[in-house]
Design a protein around this ligand. Structure first.
Ligand SMILES: Nc1ncnc2c1ncn2[C@@H]1O[C@H](COP(=O)(O)OP(=O)(O)OP(=O)(O)O)[C@@H](O)[C@H]1O
Ligand SMILES: [Mg+2]
Length: 404
């Protein structure tokens, strides 16, 4: 049970419609209307002041752009607040664009009270979980433009580690349609997948929730469909919309990203608070990572410190390439390293039991927990294998062609 009423600000041009909305909200859940405005500007100004739990904006079909842009801006300024949009006519395209602004739900007239009640309940549940916990709403994307380097292993175990450390709500999204092996690595045989979200009549938090498989740890898994052709048909924008929706529903979303800079990958990167660039201490991997950093540079991602964090997987001391040489080549510090532990990792994969569950003593597991701690900003000492990134990336070093 949630004790505190959620505060709501309603914005709608039509006073009759506003009254109906108000009545629908008041009967659907424990809410308190903190204010109403007939115009977008006034509504946003009010919302910036009272910081409601839910801001409801009317999506005018004839000119939705202004509302969509304002909604996206508001969500960026107030990531802790929830945005609902209302409309009387909805097509797939508009819905998708609405979800991509970060709206949690789009309410269509006539309002379905039980659907509205469920949407309010989800906001209340998220708020209750968040109470007293800082941060949240983090999208951590595990990426390498080279395959086979450990992205799926890291994404899977990182999700489990974040769940254990933060006790928050964690989703693990398999967005790599080529491999699609996250469910398998988690030992799950799901019946629903990302393709079902895309096929659903509407993309919202309810349809995404329906497609999630529950792992015994509490981590929710969004799997790829079994059939590759269903996976390949997914539009990049749909994948972006799904990720946006997940990030509104969960404290942490861990993404196993596709290998390469496809349109889908760019949709994913745009919505990621952290991109873990997975590498290994080898020349080919350093070259690939440099190319990736060049793209991230062009996308302006390196402007925000720590948004792109290179990590080394399968780390061994005294390997052919030293960590210092590697960092020199990259022009960026390594944020974390994960030990090479072939026995534990391959056993975990073959048994479909994540490393984290059966091999808690493995060095790789300990490194993954340290990484999760660093990412969640968990209280406590930093593990000594986590190197803080410099405030100012020395990326320009390599741009100037200082390294081979
Ligand atoms: N820390 C580690 N120690 C030892 N082996 C590892 C480690 N991490 C990953 N591996 C091994 O590397 C291989 C690739 O791992 P994984 O499937 O996670 O990589 P990927 O980047 O997701 O690959 P794909 O191209 O299939 O998406 C696996 O066989 C796994 O056993
Ligand atoms: Mg993979």
């Amino acid at each position: 049970m949630v004790n505190h009423a959620l505060s709501v600000v309603l914005v709608h041009r039509d006073s009759n419609e506003r009254a109906q909305l108000r009545a629908a909200f008041e009967t659907a859940g424990s809410v308190q209307i903190a204010g109403e405005r007939p115009d977008l500007r006034g509504g946003l100004a009010l919302a910036r002041q009272v910081r409601p739990d839910i801001l409801v904006l009317e999506l005018d079909r004839r000119g939705p752009e202004e509302t969509l842009a304002a909604g996206a801006q508001y969500r960026m300024e107030h990531p802790e607040g929830t945005l609902f949009l209302t409309t009387d006519q909805l097509d797939a395209d508009l819905l998708l664009r609405a979800m991509r602004t970060g709206a949690q739900d789009v309410l269509r007239r006539p309002f379905d009270r039980s659907a509205l009640g469920a949407a309010i309940e989800r906001v209340a549940a998220l708020k209750a979980r968040k109470h007293g916990s800082a941060g949240g709403h983090k999208v951590i994307t595990v990426f390498s433009n080279k395959g086979g380097i450990g992205c799926s292993t890291i994404a899977t175990n990182l999700a489990l580690a974040l769940r254990q450390i933060s006790n928050g709500e964690v989703a693990l999204a398999d967005l790599d349609h080529q491999s699609g092996d996250v469910a398998f690595l988690m030992g799950l045989t799901p019946t629903r997948s990302l393709a079902d979200v895309a096929d659903a009549a509407r993309l919202d938090s309810a349809s995404v929730q329906d497609a999630l498989a529950k792992h015994e740890s509490g981590v929710r898994v969004l799997p790829q469909p079994e059939q590759l052709d269903r996976a390949e048909r997914l539009e990049p924008g749909t994948v972006g919309g799904v990720l946006e929706t997940l990030s509104a529903m969960f404290d942490y979303v861990v993404v196993d990203a596709p290998h390469g800079f496809s349109d889908t990958a760019l949709e994913i990167f745009d919505r990621s608070s952290t991109i873990l660039l997975v590498t290994e201490l080898s020349i080919p991997s350093a070259r690939a990572a440099r190319r990736a950093l060049e793209v991230f540079q062009r996308l302006n991602y390196l402007v925000t410190p720590d948004r792109v964090r290179p990590i080394v997987n399968r780390f061994v001391e005294n390997g052919a390439v030293s960590l210092a040489q590697f960092e020199e080549t990259l022009g960026l510090s390594i944020a974390a390293r994960i030990a090479n532990d072939y026995a534990a990792v391959s056993k975990a994969i073959n048994l479909g039991r994540p490393l984290f569950m059966d091999a808690a003593e493995s060095r790789a597991t300990r490194d993954l927990i340290a990484l999760a701690q660093a990412l969640s900003g968990a209280a406590g000492q930093h593990a000594d294998n986590v190197v803080e990134m410099p405030r100012k990336p020395s990326f320009w070093k390599f741009r100037k062609g200082k390294v081979a």
